[in-house]
Design a protein around this ligand. Structure first.
Ligand code: COA
Length: 200
């Protein structure tokens, strides 16, 4: 592909991705209802201790900071540098579904690669929602965006997240030493990747 950058910037949007268990919708500023910053913040608040164990940004996040982050994801999307999808658990009664968490993609355009990160509110774990979310994003990244490599970095203490990576077919590559400063301690991370040629 000669002009991949142009292709990518046109192709990239946090398109709605629909699965059996979840629907992923691009994050938006000033969204109403379940997708609003206020509801996302309330969901984080309810799971704060659970999320803070592995996510370094949780302790410093208040509603103002969250709104700034949302703005920055929207700008990233506009410039084809990444995106954030909200995860809704499909519901037989509510067409909007239940807001459960989010999944983010940071794109490195030059290398046609992206790093994924994600979280679920505690009450939505144990149901396979993240496994399906990662599979939906993976398909979108390879088939629509024509990326070549997806990467996941998981704390050595985060067995649940490593299990998501493994269930989605990611291969473990090694350890990134002192990769993240979490709650005052540098933590080693396991690096997982999935290449387009692993799948197609
Ligand atoms: C990491 C995290 C998303 C994993 O959540 P999870 O619920 O374990 O992952 P999934 O949504 O894929 O669900 C898998 C679980 O549901 C079960 N499950 C039920 N139905 C399933 C289905 N149809 N498909 C797959 N798994 C299913 C699995 O057996 C598994 O449970 P187990 O761990 O008891 O065996 C969650 O722990 C989290 O948000 N943690 C805090 C933030 C964080 O660590 N983020 C990642 C940083 S790298």
């Amino acid at each position: 592909m000669d002009n991949f950058e142009d292709f990518f910037t046109e192709a990239f949007e946090t398109a709605t991705l629909k699965g059996n268990l979840v629907t992923l919708k691009g994050i938006r500023e000033n969204a109403p209802g379940a997708a609003s910053a206020e509801n996302i913040f309330a969901t984080i608040e309810n799971s704060r201790d659970f999320l803070a164990e592995h996510l370094p940004w949780i302790p410093e996040t208040d509603i103002f900071d969250l709104k700034k982050r949302i703005r920055s994801w929207v700008l990233n999307e506009r410039f084809g540098q990444g995106g954030c999808w909200l995860i809704f658990r499909n519901s037989p009664t509510d067409p909007e579904g239940d807001f459960a968490g989010s999944i983010m993609m940071d794109v490195n355009l030059r290398n046609r690669s992206a790093t994924l990160s994600y979280w679920l509110a505690k009450q939505f774990t144990g149901q396979g929602l993240m496994t399906e979310s990662v599979k939906l994003i993976t398909k979108f990244a390879f088939e629509r965006l024509k990326l070549n490599r997806l990467e996941l970095l998981v704390s050595v203490h985060n067995g649940k997240s490593a299990a998501v990576a493994t269930r989605c077919g990611f291969m473990e590559e090694g350890i990134n030493r002192d990769y993240e400063l979490i709650n005052g301690k540098f933590v080693d991370h396991r690096r997982f990747s999935l290449l387009a040629r692993d799948v197609y």
